[in-house]
Design a protein around this ligand. Structure first.
Ligand SMILES: Cc1cc2nc3c(=O)[nH]c(=O)nc-3n(C[C@H](O)[C@H](O)[C@H](O)COP(=O)(O)O)c2cc1C
Length: 365
């Protein structure tokens, strides 16, 4: 039996099918993080294309948290009109919208900021660090927790159906979780519980702003892939703890940066290479009852159905296949295709200002 096009609920949100558009930074905002008009047709096509839930590209929750040029901002109320238009565009085209909220931490945009700050002072001697950084003060940490909470409040106010807290890919929350990046000896670092504290406090503060019934989930990096980093066992312990934090679902990914365990793997040429974080889902399912969204290398219907049928994940998340063809979900549904045209060459990143994400591979859908 096909599960891909059956509905599934997480929290109070019923998603009409199991396909999630994983957060994808669009690079379509101005230098203040305000959305430019280029972004709306992209999201209309995504919603018309049939993905059950559409997660926005990451949005910075505080002016200092911008991770790269043209990133979308959600750090101030005057950004609300553009954000509301984005949620509305998705709804008008029949889709459901989640806002992904994030802070770059030590990975903030070097062109915009003279300095970077995260849990600990780090240098570029670390394989996952691109520039020297300083440690945040306890007061700054409290300010940032509130920034996530206010950002989530804005997402709800703008009409988004859910909020996703970005806790993966080496950004601020992932930095706090990681023993390689977080070397603090105060209550925010050291033990497993202390490294988890920042995420936990963010979730509590966000929940207090959006209320008990608003769908709230996280994208969790379960494993760093660098020396002394978060191990898969640590990652599974975090998933176990998420259940009790009041989240409604978890999307699983991995990689803190550097080359060892990238979250955006290239060359997915056959089914064996698909679902490259499947082991993470198996570990997560063993310790948690939270609905699981799994991302990373899904390209063919057979693999998606197999993972759903085995109960290893409840949702299939995809990024690059939907850059390649936003209508891929509908084409799977109608039987027009069984496999994405995405060749996972990573030519979709914007290289120049004003370019935006787009599939630039020779084989297009
Ligand atoms: C152009 C591009 C932008 C991305 N932006 C984000 C982002 O804003 N937030 C995020 O959590 N992941 C981001 N990712 C990672 C994807 O969500 C996803 O985890 C990864 O691409 C693996 O899934 P895929 O094989 O379906 O592409 C991005 C990936 C690409 C290629």
């Amino acid at each position: 039996m096909s599960l891909l096009f059956t509905p599934q609920t997480f929290g109070t949100l019923t998603v009409p099918n199991r396909i999630v558009r994983s957060a994808t930074a669009e690079r379509m905002a101005d230098d203040q993080g305000r959305l430019t008009k280029k972004i709306f047709p992209l999201y209309r096509r995504l919603a018309e294309g049939g993905a059950g839930l559409i997660i926005s590209g990451h949005m910075y929750v505080h002016p200092d948290g911008k991770a790269h040029p043209e990133m979308t901002g959600i750090y101030a109320d005057d950004l609300l009109p553009g954000l509301a238009k984005l949620a509305d565009t998705i709804h008008q085209a029949g889709g459901l919208a989640a806002a992904q909220i994030n802070h770059g931490g030590i990975k903030n945009d070097a062109e915009s900021f003279p300095e970077a700050a995260g849990p600990s002072a780090l240098t570029t001697e670390e394989p996952f660090v691109s520039r020297d950084s300083r440690a945040l003060t306890p007061e700054e940490i409290e300010t940032l927790i509130d920034a996530y909470a206010q950002a989530a409040r804005r997402a709800k106010q703008a009409g988004f159906d859910a909020v996703q807290i970005h806790a993966a890919h080496g950004y601020l929350i992932s930095q706090f979780l990681s023993p390689a990046a977080n070397r603090r000896s105060d209550e925010w670092g050291g033990s497993f519980e202390n490294r988890l504290r920042f995420l936990h406090e963010v979730v509590k503060a966000v929940r207090a702003q959006v209320g008990p019934d608003f769908p709230l989930f996280t994208k969790l990096g379960m494993m760093d892939g660098v020396e002394n980093g978060l191990t898969l066992e640590d990652g599974a312990r975090i998933v176990g703890a998420l259940d009790k934090m009041g989240l409604d679902a978890v999307e699983l990914s991995g990689g803190i940066g550097g080359e060892m365990l990238t979250n955006v793997k290239k060359g997915i040429r056959n089914e064996e290479r698909e679902a490259y974080f499947i082991e993470f889902a198996r570990k997560a399912k063993a310790v948690s009852r939270l609905p699981v969204m799994l991302v990373g290398g899904f390209r063919s219907r057979a693999v998606m159905e197999q993972v759903l049928a085995a109960g290893e994940a409840d949702f299939i998340s995809m990024c690059r296949p939907l850059i390649n063809d936003p209508a891929f979900p509908n084409k799977l549904k109608s039987g027009e295709t069984d496999k994405s045209g995405c060749i996972s060459a990573n030519n979709c990143w914007a290289r120049e200002m004003g370019e935006g994400i787009a599939c630039k591979c020779p084989i297009k859908a």
